[in-house]
Design a protein around this ligand. Structure first.
Ligand SMILES: *Cc1c(COP(=O)(O)O)cnc(C)c1O
Length: 434
């Protein structure tokens, strides 16, 4: 079993994370429970920052907060000197409430509303990543009305779509995001931005996919963006101060995944940009990135209590836990795979193969298929690893299940950062009909 970060097994066979026994955590906070190994998050954050520093490149590392957003994680990212990528008024509100420095907040998203843009401008966010012509018009209007300058990056689609283990190059990229680089949309957006009095165009942005295991896509995207920027420098005198290459760095969920170290993505990107700009006699821009999954993914563990089981003779054994697609929809949504162990028997050898079902009323509510486990019984604790990204942030109240609490563990201490939802919370928005 691959243990991530500070995870270890103590002499009682209990899974420990951050120096805290998960059996004790279950007793104190109940299950299902999200546990974050914050030392591991800090290590990842420092890793990204240090690589840029070593190579002498000005950078901003912005945590893509959609991977897991709450006030505590924003405070942690602030402590680590990261910037923040938000994609909605709600994420922005949470970040501001956590007193995240607004000048380090970048606002992404393909359909920002007028009121979201106004909130971003009034709170002086660092930049807005403009996605489309509608937004560009809206932002020109609002900034002119308020006579407020706003720094802008243009999100472009470079015609490179990266998948987990491969990437495709398409002439005309079919994506809901961004200005197309090939067909002249991006160029038109550059022109319009430069003409707009209160828009200060500082650079270009792209994000080519997620859970990517190769550097090729990033390098191609970087080269393409510099190539276009060079054309626009000649045509319009526009030089990008910033090239933002987005996020998408892959992590290890199971033994099928073989990620490269995060620093390698950064190194190869920097080299590609350096090469392209020096070949054209351009200034080296700042390089910004937006990792989400690779900062928090493997730092998160979900802890469940095992309840019922069902054996279909000769076919399969199901074990059901007290959560499921309501706290982790990724397996149901895109067949995401996870590794897991029994947290109170973490040193026992697997003797059985079981499939882990959730408790929601959907046959598709499965967390793991064909998992090797020691013999488990009701009351045992199941720890599912690597659930830190797009787990809690996609949690929902299907079947009116309360969302689990979240604890941060580090140096033998646990801190509750999101409490468990109550039944009262669930009915809090409801109004009686009569
Ligand atoms: C989702 C997203 C990210 C983060 O992606 P990860 O795969 O979690 O690193 C970064 N930038 C943008 C624009 C995104 O939409």
């Amino acid at each position: 079993m691959h243990l991530h970060g500070s995870a270890e097994v103590n002499q009682n066979g209990e899974l420990m994370i951050g120096g805290v026994s998960t059996v004790d955590l279950a007793k104190q906070y109940g299950t299902p429970l999200y546990i974050y190994d914050t030392a591991l998050i800090r290590e990842r954050a420092k890793g990204f920052k240090e690589t840029f520093k070593e190579l002498g490149v000005k950078a901003e590392v912005a945590y893509a907060s959609k991977a897991f957003s709450c006030m505590a994680i924003f405070q942690l990212m602030k402590e680590e000197g990261l910037s923040l990528d938000v994609v909605s008024g709600g994420e922005l509100y949470t970040a501001l409430k956590a007193q995240f420095p607004s000048e380090r907040i970048h606002f992404n998203g393909n359909n920002k509303s007028r009121s979201e843009l106004i909130t971003a401008i009034e709170n002086k966010v660092g930049c807005i990543v403009v996605d489309n012509f509608h937004e560009l018009r809206l932002l020109s209007e609002i900034t002119a009305e308020k006579k407020r300058k706003m720094k802008v990056l243009l999100r472009v689609t470079p015609g490179i779509e990266a998948h987990t283990h491969d990437y495709i190059l398409t002439g005309q990229e079919d994506s809901k995001f961004g200005f197309d680089l090939q067909n002249g949309q991006a160029e038109k957006a550059v022109k319009l931005s430069l003409e707009s009095e209160y828009i200060e165009l500082i650079g270009l942005h792209c994000h080519i996919g997620s859970q990517i295991f190769e550097t090729t896509g990033f390098i191609l995207a970087a080269r393409k963006m510099i190539e276009k920027a060079a054309e626009w420098q000649t045509a319009y005198g526009f030089t990008p101060d910033v090239i933002n290459l987005g996020g998408g760095f892959g992590i290890r969920y199971t033994q099928e995944d073989d990620p490269i170290p995060p620093s390698q993505y950064v190194k190869e990107m920097i080299l590609a940009v350096k090469e392209e700009v020096s070949r054209r006699g351009m200034e080296m821009p700042e390089i910004w990135i937006e990792p989400g999954r690779s900062l928090v993914g493997d730092a998160g563990t979900s802890l469940y209590t095992i309840g019922s089981s069902k054996e279909v003779p000769g076919i399969r054994k199901y074990l059901a836990v007290d959560g499921g697609m309501s706290d982790n929809i990724r397996p149901a949504l895109y067949r995401a795979k996870y590794e897991a162990l029994i947290a109170n028997k973490a040193d026992a050898a697997p003797e059985d193969t079981v499939s882990i079902a959730g408790k929601c009323c959907e046959s598709g509510d499965m967390l793991i298929w064909d998992l090797p486990l020691p013999i488990a019984e009701a009351g045992d604790l199941l720890a599912v690893f690597c659930t830190g990204a797009y787990g809690y942030s996609m949690a929902n109240n299907y079947n009116r299940l309360p969302r689990p609490p979240v604890v941060f563990v580090e140096n033998g201490k646990a801190k509750l950062v999101i409490r468990r939802e109550t039944y009262q919370d669930l009915a809090a928005l409801d109004e009686y009909l009569t």
